[in-house]
Design a protein around this ligand. Structure first.
Ligand SMILES: [Zn+2]
Ligand SMILES: [Zn+2]
Length: 256
């Protein structure tokens, strides 16, 4: 089975109830964190997740609200636990991830990539796939947000979670996600603030109508969209089940 936990469902806008983006996928020997925005290290502890056991981190893109707590966690694994971490960590991301990590390491004045436990970095070309642990297949797909932005598909045993990361509307993304068990989609903005590089509730509905997931889960809510009838607007376009995730929201997908 696969467990998905939305750790952070917020955005660049500071929120009293949502930290920035991160979602944890746990299955078998893998604990994969998708994105790692500000506040995520705190929230992992706050919702009772064993943050010391994370095995992989995969970044969708390099906006601060998706990666700024990576240094926090890298430091926590060395200085925030006893005994310090020895297990290897793998960081995955689109091309440019290695350079990003080197710049972050230079900025923190310490080599956060060599703190006593092995850190491997694997850059995935959009469209490429990687085996994670022994059983998970991670695939990425380019999405319209920033130049490097990708969505991820996490697959194991015939089950599949697709996480859009940040994205604008893209029909091909919906087709790529077709038939997944959970489509975890960003839902940033209301119609009146719509831009080409983020989704609105109606755009989420359109994406889900193409993908037809067993469940559409929404995340990455800027405050103005939360003042709208998100579920009602999604339902205009998508008839299936919809969940509005919150920090700590979790779902278990049983094996087939
Ligand atoms: Zn974002
Ligand atoms: Zn972004």
């Amino acid at each position: 089975m696969i467990r998905l936990t939305c750790v952070g469902t917020g955005t660049a806008a500071p929120s009293p109830s949502r930290v920035q983006s991160a979602h944890l996928v746990e299955t078998g020997d893998v604990r994969l964190l998708l994105d790692c925005g500000s506040g995520v290290a705190f929230r992992l502890a706050n919702i009772g997740i064993d943050w010391s056991g994370i095995t992989h981190v995969a970044l969708t893109h390099f906006h601060p609200d998706h990666m700024l707590d990576l240094p926090t966690l890298l430091f926590a694994w060395r200085w925030g636990q006893l005994p310090p971490r020895e297990a290897p960590l793998e960081i995955l991301g689109p091309p440019g991830t290695q350079g990003l990590l080197e710049r972050l390491a230079a900025a923190t004045g310490d080599d956060m990539l060599s703190l006593g436990y092995p850190v491997m970095v694997r850059e995935l070309e959009p469209g490429a796939e990687a085996t994670i642990g022994t059983e998970i297949l991670l695939r990425s797909r380019k999405v319209p947000h920033t130049a490097e932005s990708v969505a991820y598909s996490v697959e194991r045993g015939g089950r599949r979670i697709v996480y859009t990361g940040d994205t604008g509307h893209d029909r091909a993304l919906g087709e790529w996600a077709a038939g997944c068990d959970i489509l975890l989609a960003e839902c940033s903005l209301p119609d009146e603030l719509a831009i080409a590089t983020h989704l609105t509730p109606r755009r989420c509905g359109e994406l889900a109508a193409i993908a037809a997931p067993a469940l559409l889960a929404l995340t990455h809510f800027y405050p103005p969209v939360e003042a709208t009838d998100i579920a009602g607007q999604v339902a205009e376009r998508f008839e299936g089940p919809v969940s509005l995730a919150h920090d700590g929201w979790t779902r278990l997908i049983e094996d087939r």
